[in-house]
Design a protein around this ligand. Structure first.
Ligand SMILES: CC(C)(COP(=O)(O)OP(=O)(O)OC[C@H]1O[C@@H](n2cnc3c(N)ncnc32)[C@H](O)[C@@H]1OP(=O)(O)O)[C@@H](O)C(=O)NCCC(=O)NCCS
Length: 369
């Protein structure tokens, strides 16, 4: 769920069915555990993956939006272009008890795999998580993936633990390399007059720039600049101690990414800022609403080309984009976003807009070579 969510938030694949013997934990409770790669032609398994994924997340954070069922159905067959997705379900008899989703990037970060391990609450502390981790690590190692990464909630703002990922990470050797904070904007109490003031105060610093907007299909002539901005995203945002290279995004990958998301039924709201003199796209902000979760939007990337900072383009693109989304999505009440705890500029923009901190998340990484 790396910004995942993230990037953001929130990619799927069709791969071999690899029934394997129980692995990992020597304890008795895992002896009857079967770990099997999701067969996308098996409706029971597809349903199980949806239910386990949703219930395991909402058990720790009930205020998060559920996953979109319609998107899940498409996504297990149609992966996002940037990574192979392998989902392994853990079964005890006929009962699904957990899963691990392993994303193996295919354009960059070829030595990494991103793992999301989810165990149903009533089956925790019985070795399922450890067995899934071991399975995914071995699977990745056989494909040259010597570093694993993950993203999960760790504490509330006061430092009280949420969920069990911190002790689980300690047990499996994952280290917290960067802290993210989730912030939430409640649109039912958002201060529209303040948003007006923010925009009015920003435009005077942005003479010579203008906005452009699109949904699931960006204008063809902007794709090259958009790919450049997208490629730089993970180099520009703080990475802490994470060992991770910026994603390689070209026009072809970007086009396929938008097409794929459109197949998921998600609705995109995106605002770019053009530097009028050069005609180049220099800033970009994106919101996404899932097909079947109409009350919630994810605020994804907001990025300004370093050569054009200091003109309030981050604020302008974000506020203008929010306005457009609200006009077209009257049911959206909540917007969630993630920022690195040290990303002071972006956090200042978010706080000014009314986003408020909710909880702290860890970006995990371990070398498994
Ligand atoms: C984190 C999670 C996957 C652990 O699954 P699990 O099946 O309970 O994990 P295991 O039983 O294999 O635990 C392995 C070890 O982790 C540690 N651990 C896990 N949960 C713990 C807890 N609540 N308290 C203390 N230690 C814990 C223990 O050392 C445990 O070994 P032990 O039981 O022999 O002492 C599960 O809690 C979950 O689904 N959480 C929500 C999603 C998430 O945070 N995923 C992790 C990020 S990728």
């Amino acid at each position: 769920m790396l910004a995942s969510v993230l990037s953001t938030n929130f990619r799927a694949g069709i791969y071999l069915l690899s029934g394997r013997a129980p692995v990992g934990h020597a304890g008795g409770m895992t002896q009857d555990l079967r770990i099997v790669e999701l067969d996308v032609d098996d409706p029971t398994a597809v349903e199980a993956a949806f239910t386990v994924g949703n219930e395991a997340i909402l058990a720790d954070l009930p205020d998060l939006p559920p996953n979109c069922r319609a998107e899940h159905e498409v996504r297990v067959r149609l992966p996002m272009p940037g990574a192979e997705r392998h989902i392994f379900l853990a079964w005890r008899g006929d009962e699904p008890v957990g899963l691990v989703q392993a994303d193996l990037p295919v354009y960059d970060n070829l030595g990494k795999s991103f793992l999301d391990i989810l165990v149903l609450k009533e089956h925790r502390r019985q070795g399922v998580g450890r067995a899934l981790y071991r399975h995914a690590v071995d699977f990745g190692l056989a494909r040259g993936r010597t570093s694993v990464m993950g993203f999960s909630v760790i504490t509330d703002l006061g430092g009280a633990p949420i969920g069990s990922s911190a002790p689980f990470a300690a047990a499996t050797g994952l280290e917290n390399k960067l802290i993210d904070v989730r912030r939430r904007l409640d649109l039912s109490t958002a201060d529209d007059a303040e948003l007006d003031r923010l925009l009015a105060g920003s435009w005077p610093k942005a003479a010579g720039y203008s906005t452009v907007q699109w949904g699931n299909r960006p204008p063809e002539e902007l794709l090259e600049d958009l790919a450049l901005l997208d490629s730089s995203f993970l180099d520009e945002a703080p990475k802490g101690d994470l060992d991770f290279e910026a994603e390689k995004v070209d026009v072809d990958r970007l086009r396929r990414t938008y097409e794929t998301r459109a197949h998921y039924g998600a609705r995109a709201y995106e605002t770019g800022v053009i530097h009028d003199a050069s005609g180049r796209l220099v800033a970009w902000s994106a919101l996404r609403v899932a097909k079947s979760v109409d009350w919630h939007a994810w605020q994804l990337v907001t990025l300004v080309d370093p050569a054009h900072r200091g003109h309030r383009l981050g604020m302008i693109s974000k506020v203008v984009n929010l306005r457009t989304m609200r006009a077209q999505e009257p049911a959206v009440r909540i917007v969630d976003t993630f920022n690195a705890e040290v990303n002071t500029h972006m956090i200042a923009i978010n706080e000014a807009m009314g986003f408020r901190a909710m909880d702290r998340w860890a970006n995990w990484q371990a070398s498994v070579a």
